[in-house]
Design a protein around this ligand. Structure first.
Ligand code: PBG
Length: 328
């Protein structure tokens, strides 16, 4: 059928008709808000590279969670900013650390919010890599995959004990989903879900996060463990491995430069797919809006819609509260 019989504009004429034929929906019950939890009380410290996001102490984090729950955001994912770091990242599993403390406090204040704990060592190692270091037979300093596994499993056990519904390993060590699943099950926590950052790329768009979490590597980069941005087939292999090891949900990260990967993964697997709308994607919109170059509310909703349209069931986004308000 062709023009003039066929006129696509008929179904774009009014807001009601457009809503009736809309293919993709955006609702806050699919949003997870990342939060940076630090020590102390009454602390709300701005993050220069992420206007509108703050490092918060546990008490302030709880207030923030109340307002997120009020606007219908599904959950939060917590990142810890500890007072001290060590070469192995032992602090990741410290029950007195900011993340376990916050989990317990939020659980009491916001019973319906889903509580996610990011599991990684980079915020807790003094060198900023996602696992302990070792010297390879070649003399090269490498991130020691197998030595990281018990540290990650310990961290996951600690967060589960503190009340996490979900643990989300973001380290990209091989075998970590299996190690975490076994540790949780041995503790009788078979009901705690694992969302694995399965296809996590070595991306420039994590720049602002590394300021927010104080987790920039002190030397080198993360290309020996995070994925090459040029690879999409490999993402399918990564998600298959993580599902086989026990991941309940798999994640693609970043989102915007990887919408094709989200779609391919969505079409390939039968578990829910999460996508992480990362710090650089957030800050680009904030910077452009601050200059008057973009209509911020429209840009936020368009970007989040694109991530849902690509196939993500769940979106981790620093825009969670703002977007929920815009939709409400
Ligand atoms: C830690 C981690 C990172 C992010 C989430 N978990 C940083 C990194 O891998 O360097 C990035 C999140 C963002 O940029 O918003 N492994």
């Amino acid at each position: 059928m062709s023009f003039p019989t066929h006129r696509p504009r008929r179904l774009r004429r009014t807001a009601t008709i457009r809503a009736m034929v809309r293919e993709t929906t955006l609702t806050p019950d699919r949003f997870i808000a990342p939060l940076f939890v630090t020590t102390g009380t009454g602390v709300r410290r701005g993050i220069a590279a992420m206007p509108g996001c703050d490092q918060m102490s546990v008490d302030v984090t709880v207030d923030e969670c109340r307002s997120l729950a009020d606007v219908g955001v599904s959950g939060v994912i917590l990142f810890g900013i500890p007072d001290s770091k060590d070469p192995h990242g032992y602090g990741a599993a410290d029950p007195d650390g900011p993340v376990p403390q916050a989990l317990t406090a939020i659980r009491a204040a916001c019973p319906t919010l889903s509580l996610w704990a990011d599991v990684c060592l980079c915020e807790y190692t003094d060198h900023g890599h996602c696992g302990p270091l070792a010297t390879a037979p070649t003399g090269e300093v490498v991130v020691d995959n197998d030595a990281a596994l018990p540290r990650l499993a310990e961290a996951a056990r600690c967060y589960a004990k503190a009340g996490a519904d979900v643990v989300a390993p973001s380290d990209m060590m091989d075998g970590r989903v299996a190690a975490i699943r076994a540790a949780l099950d041995a503790d009788g926590r078979s009901d705690v879900a694992i969302v694995s950052y399965a296809a996590k790329y070595a991306s420039a768009f994590y720049g602002p996060f590394r300021e927010a979490a104080g987790s920039a590597p002190s030397f080198g980069d993360r290309r020996s463990y995070q994925m090459d941005p040029a690879n999409a087939r490999e993402a399918l292999a990564e998600v298959e491995t993580d599902i086989a090891e026990g991941a309940d949900v798999i994640m693609v990260k970043p989102a915007l430069a990887y919408l094709d990967v989200i779609r391919r993964v969505r079409d390939h697997v039968h578990v829910p797919v999460a996508a992480y709308n990362v710090s650089g994607e957030y800050s680009m919109i904030k910077a452009a809006a601050a200059n008057g170059w973009l209509d911020e509310p429209r840009a936020i909703l368009e970007v989040l819609t694109s991530i849902r349209r690509a196939g993500a069931d769940i979106i981790l986004t620093y825009f969670a509260k703002e977007a929920a308000r815009l939709l409400g």
